[in-house]
Design a protein around this ligand. Structure first.
Ligand SMILES: [Zn+2]
Length: 404
């Protein structure tokens, strides 16, 4: 199976209208025409096809209480919305020792979530695929349906993943390198499977449901065990030629600097990642090494000078990294996202102020920085959002061409 390509003009038009309806929630045909520049006749044709395919439905919106007295002789204007029941998809986030499954309807509403402990953090490809099948099946069982009721499955994988080819160069979840993982998952699952790097999928979720809704140029920086990034340009994720773009955590911030997990020196992650903070903390006390960042953070908050200095340096390094992003991309918006955001040292006012001072100074406002502390399902939701997007592309391809 190949990923749907947006090369057909008719499909592109349908997808554009479908995306617009998704972003708007509910929207009238006349407003679709205004926003897309399509003629009202074209919009009528496209929306008829989407209605016929069962992807959207017509509704008569409730008049808002402060609306002007009814226009057009009181005839209510019909609006369009997505039909949530059109499809159901699953999103999977494969973490170190757990896989999170989130099932969404076609509108993006949560149907249910499920977590399963992994038998081991790194698995050979066939074992990995079987484990994913088990996790999705368990989730479906919880909802009283089966894996055969799903229209697509999105998988968020940490590592270097070429989404278009559904190929994993390297992932912390797999013992094998250079795996044609999409084909392996196709052989295991009853519906199409879509893969991407996990930070890219967070960017996807922010664009469809989160802080990046209705923003077409933005950057998401994910802060977890490592530092990841997703880049959205003109409403699309930018992935680079090999699918290995946006490795913000491995941008260099220090010549011959600290050793990083990737084997190179001076990477941003080698200063702000969990392991980097603990490595610093444990230099002085090797006998009783500290095992978690939360304890270190508490020490810093209670005035421990050494702990404080570790977080201060991480904050300054992070600010420098963010300033580099602004200087390269000049985005409209930067979203800092993650669960670790409960530790404010990476998004404190002092960090953002240091970033502002290091950015090229012109007489125009700097990009807005929004902090989005997501719950546990952040990554899985991104994977499910990607599945919705890809299932939409397949569905508009299959939609009838001529509707009476
Ligand atoms: Zn590195």
């Amino acid at each position: 199976m190949a990923l749907p390509e947006k090369n057909d003009q008719r499909e592109t038009g349908r997808l554009l209208v479908l995306d617009l309806i998704r972003a708007a929630g509910t929207i009238a045909r006349i407003d679709i025409a205004k926003r897309t520049g399509f003629s009202p006749a074209t919009v009528t044709v496209i929306t008829s096809q989407l209605l016929e395919a069962g992807l959207i439905e017509e509704i008569i919106p409730e008049p808002s209480p402060d609306a002007k007295p009814s226009t057009k002789r009181g005839r209510p204007r019909v609006a369009l919305r997505l039909r949530g029941g059109a499809h159901m998809v699953a999103g999977l986030k494969v973490a170190h020792n757990i896989v999170s499954v989130l099932i969404l309807d076609f509108e993006g509403n949560d149907v249910l979530s499920h977590e399963m402990t992994l038998p081991e953090p790194r698995m050979a490809t066939p074992h990995f695929c079987d484990t994913m099948h088990t996790a999705v099946s368990q989730a479906c069982e919880k909802g009283g349906f089966t894996i055969n009721d799903l229209s697509g499955i999105g998988v968020a994988l940490a590592g270097l993943v070429d989404a278009k080819r559904r190929f994993s160069y390297w992932s912390s979840s797999l013992t094998d390198r250079n795996v044609n993982l999409g084909a392996h998952l196709d052989a295991t699952m009853p519906c199409p499977v879509f893969l991407d790097n996990d930070a890219n999928l967070v960017a996807k979720a922010e664009h469809l449901f989160g802080e990046g809704r209705n923003v077409d140029d933005f950057i998401v920086v994910t802060i977890e065990h490592g530092v990841g990034m997703g880049i959205v340009i003109d409403g699309e994720i930018y992935r680079g030629t090999r699918g290995c773009g946006a490795e913000f955590g491995h941008t260099k911030v220090q010549l011959e600097g600290a050793l990083c997990q990737c084997g190179q020196r001076g990477c941003l992650e080698a200063y702000v990642g969990n392991y980097a903070l603990l490595r610093e903390a444990n230099i002085m006390d090797r006998e009783t090494p500290l095992g978690d960042v939360a304890t270190l953070f508490k020490r810093a908050q209670s005035g421990d000078t050494m702990a404080r200095s570790i977080f201060d340096r991480a904050g300054r390094m992070f600010a420098m990294g963010l300033a580099n992003l602004v200087n390269i991309f000049d985005p409209k918006l930067i979203i800092l996202a993650g669960e670790r955001l409960s530790f404010d040292y990476l998004h404190a006012d002092t960090v953002l102020e240091t970033m502002r001072q290091s950015v090229v100074q012109v007489d125009a406002p700097l990009p807005e920085v929004r902090v989005h502390a997501w719950g546990d399902h952040m990554w899985a939701k991104g994977a499910a959002a990607y599945a919705i997007e890809q299932v939409s592309a397949l569905s508009v391809r299959e939609a009838p061409a001529d509707v009476a």
